[in-house]
Design a protein around this ligand. Structure first.
Ligand SMILES: *[C@@H]1O[C@H](CO)[C@@H](O)[C@H](O)[C@H]1NC(C)=O
Length: 327
């Protein structure tokens, strides 16, 4: 019996030692984290909420952040930089969600991309000044980060097949990926053999893009890949080499909160997804930006109600009238 306990305690020690040594990860200085999540133009299938007048945010991203012990403010993509700056001053990290918005237009980056670029540049400046300000892009958000860091080079995506609602195990994974910090070693093994990562994308980022547009290779390190049904390799996740900027092509929030799609909801799939956001929020705990009380009261997501939009692939959606989120 005592021998078994000894073995178990050794395992605990081994599996935790990786992040006990990571002092940076454990340095919490702010336990009142507020995360900004970008809105995006409403979809043409949401007939009651025309994109000329409304933006939206899927509630799953909000819940995902809240389950990790942080609060959410929606960031209005349509706002001008002076409004975005007020948001930036109050938040401790940004999430750029998935969706189907236009990122590049014939005349250059879209309004959405420009708003994300403003916040990303502010985040990089703060990090350059020695503070931590983490950024996470999911699916379309992951693609947006590539577009911006490439210097708005096009094309930056290629067509992928059989990827609209499919789960993959991790291939060519990097154990040092910041969003895997909370994984114990067993979990890290399991994601390589089990299909927990849920994908819903028609376009992907090729690892070749990092050779074509060298600024990507300078900025990002690829931390995992997958293959579509034609065997084409695409980037599954990446992280900044010098900055806490992270991206996943897959959808960890859907494993826990979306039920209109086939994302795996098993105990381990849910745990793996939760580990992603727990790690991200722990980086945000190192940032000390803070809204004043009046601004936070105005900006916080609690002021808004969700809608069960029939045409959405999301269980619940928030809609915002353009200008409604101006601070
Ligand atoms: C869903 O989309 C269809 C086709 O665009 C449209 O006719 C219908 O009114 C939409 N329903 C809602 C609730 O938006």
């Amino acid at each position: 019996m005592s021998r078994i306990l000894f073995i178990i305690s050794c395992f605990l020690f081994v599996s935790q030692s990786t992040f006990i040594n990571d002092l940076e990860y454990l340095t919490e200085i702010n336990n009142n984290v507020v995360i900004g999540i970008f809105t995006q133009p409403s979809d043409s299938d949401y007939v009651d909420y025309p994109s000329s007048q409304y933006s939206y945010l899927a509630a799953s991203y909000v819940k995902f952040v809240e389950m990790a012990g942080a609060r959410v403010v929606p960031i209005p993509y349509e706002a001008d930089n002076s409004v975005l700056e007020k948001y930036f001053q109050g938040i401790n990290g940004i999430i750029i969600p998935g969706g189907a918005s236009e990122l590049d237009t014939p005349t250059g980056p879209s309004k959405f991309t420009k708003a994300v670029a403003y916040m990303l540049n502010r985040a990089l400046q703060l990090n350059d000044a020695g503070q931590v300000f983490p950024v996470l892009g999911i699916c379309m958000g992951f693609q947006t980060l590539h577009y911006i860091i490439s210097g708005y080079k096009t094309p930056f995506l290629f067509r992928v097949y059989g990827e609209n609602g499919i789960s993959h195990s991790l291939e060519n994974g990097d154990r040092s990926f910041a969003l895997y910090k909370d994984f114990d070693d067993d979990t890290y093994q399991l994601i390589q053999t089990n299909q927990y990562f849920y994908y819903s994308h028609n376009w992907g980022v090729s690892p070749d893009l990092y050779k074509k547009y060298p600024s990507l290779d300078t900025f990002f390190q690829i931390t995992g890949t997958n293959q579509d049904s034609k065997g084409q390799v695409f980037v599954a996740s990446m992280q900044g080499k010098q900055y806490p900027v992270y991206g996943v092509q897959y959808h960890p929030e859907k494993n826990i909160f979306e039920w209109k799609v086939s994302a795996p909801h098993s105990y381990l799939a849910v745990k793996v997804s939760a580990n992603h956001i727990d790690s991200f929020i722990n980086y945000a705990r190192q940032n000390t930006n803070q809204f004043n009380e009046e601004q936070l009261k105005k900006a916080i997501i609690y002021n808004f109600n969700t809608v069960q939009e029939k045409n959405a692939s999301f269980v619940q959606v928030y809609f915002f009238k353009n200008g409604e989120l101006n601070l």
